[in-house]
Design a protein around this ligand. Structure first.
Ligand code: PLP
Length: 433
């Protein structure tokens, strides 16, 4: 048995380059983080070798006494991390990631073609909440279910709950989904509960982005109002790449969620659980109960706020005017540029963030905004002072983008990208510095 460097220098080399890239750059992608060494050790362990289809005590393979112990520990820690009473809530820790977790919920409680409402993707929602365009049902969720997304009020940048209520009253969805990939504010869970109850719908929260903030109680608590809560485990929670589904134990709308969800995960949509991930997740969830995890999550929010204030001071327009969580959404359209061009220039300067649509955008390929997140650089020790500097760097990148735009012949994004990556680009030193 050889170490990786000996067995496969090519893959070792790629991992080393990626590690160097991760440490060299300012990592500002809101859905990313640096997990701990302890989590990585569990994920890279012999747990990956074992098949364990089924649930603890009810497996389809032998030799699972330690895997059972691990999965039960992980479930207990998951409930404890979110202060849940095991008599009222249960959890499945086997989902392979966020999108599968969501589809497992839909499989559990819906029939094909049942109606659902989630936040529209161009307004901050996630693909798996039912995204479709007028031409195409893009996400599997919109292929198998009838999706009628709700949207933001474009003037405030906040969810338009009045319109959600009106549409839900007409559309009568069986499921309403709260949660987002690019929404800088809390959801109004009491309002969404009232709407769901009025139309007889389940209420689910996909807290993927903010699960770390929820665990540390620095944002509103979805468990007080929702029937089901799903999450990824690798974003603000700082765990390995995976997913979880929390469900109420009492029957909801006549459905025993525990049985329906567990069956939808296995054998419905998955086979053997990724036990190495469940090991890493258990480690992460233990950490989530520690005082330094709470301090970290508080810093994630104060850093994001510092970034938002500095960008506002510099004259930028932020969707919803600021942030209550780990991310800031900047509308670049008033400056005459877009997210795709700014993303490229910042990428060349090792500042990693992503282009993002903002309410009112016409094109999804060249969206008008950028999304900036604080979790990863907070993990690396940044505080508010450094995030003010980050805002200044982003501003420099935007200014260079505006200057570069003037020098490019042709207005297509492709022309711009070709020009700024060519040796003729005169501002390259400015970008690299
Ligand atoms: N839900 C939300 C709100 C997300 O933002 C994401 C991913 O960014 C997902 C689900 C999907 O997670 P995954 O990429 O693990 O499938």
């Amino acid at each position: 048995d050889y170490e990786l460097g000996e067995a496969d220098p090519e893959v070792r080399g790629i991992i080393d380059k990626e590690k160097e890239r991760q440490f060299r750059s300012l990592e500002l992608i809101a859905s990313e983080n640096f997990t701990s060494r302890a989590v990585m050790e569990a994920v890279g362990s012999c747990l990956t070798n074992k098949y364990s289809e089924g649930l603890p005590g009810k497996r389809y393979y032998g030799g699972n006494e330690y895997i059972d112990e691990l999965e039960i520990l992980c479930q207990e820690r998951a409930l404890a991390a979110f202060n849940l009473d095991g008599k009222q809530w249960g959890v499945n820790v086997q989902p392979l990631s966020g999108s599968p977790a969501n589809f497992e919920v839909y499989t559990a409680i819906l029939n094909p073609h049942d109606r659902i409402m989630g936040l529209d993707l161009p307004h901050g929602g996630h693909l798996s909440h039912g995204f479709m365009t007028p031409k195409r049902r893009v996400s599997g969720t919109s292929i198998y279910f009838e999706s009628m997304p709700y949207r933001l009020d474009e003037s405030s940048g906040l969810v338009d709950y009045d319109m959600l209520e009106k549409t839900a009253t007409l559309f009568r969805p069986k499921l309403i989904i709260a949660g987002a990939s690019a929404y800088p504010r809390d959801f109004d869970y009491p309002r969404m509960r009232t709407i769901a109850d009025a139309v007889g719908a389940f209420l689910m929260m996909d807290m993927a982005h903010i699960s770390g903030l929820v665990a540390a109680s620095v944002v509103a608590n979805p468990f007080e109002y929702c029937d089901i809560v799903t999450t990824t485990t690798h974003k603000s929670l700082r765990g390995p790449r995976g997913g979880m589904i929390f469900f109420k134990k009492d029957p909801i709308l006549g459905v025993y969620l525990e049985t329906a969800i567990n069956n939808a995960v296995f054998p419905g949509l998955q086979g053997g659980p990724h036990n190495h991930t469940i090991g890493g997740l258990a480690v992460c969830l233990k950490h989530a109960k520690s005082p330094d995890f709470k301090a970290y999550q508080n810093k994630v929010v104060s850093n994001s706020r510092a970034l938002a204030s500095r960008l506002t001071e510099l004259g930028y327009k932020l969707v919803s005017g600021g942030t209550d969580n780990h991310l800031v959404l900047v509308d670049l359209r008033p400056l005459g540029t877009d997210g795709a061009r700014v993303e490229k220039i910042l990428d060349m300067a090792s500042i990693t963030l992503n282009k993002n649509s903002v309410p009112g955008d016409k094109s999804a390929l060249v969206p008008g905004g950028i999304r900036i997140g604080s979790p990863a650089m907070t993990t690396r020790g940044f505080s508010e002072k450094e995030f003010v500097t980050v805002a200044d760097f982003i501003n420099e990148g935007v200014q260079i983008t505006l200057e570069a735009k003037k020098l490019v012949s042709g207005s297509k994004l492709q022309d711009f990208l070709k020009f700024v990556t060519s040796p003729e680009f005169p501002l390259i030193d400015k970008v690299l510095n």
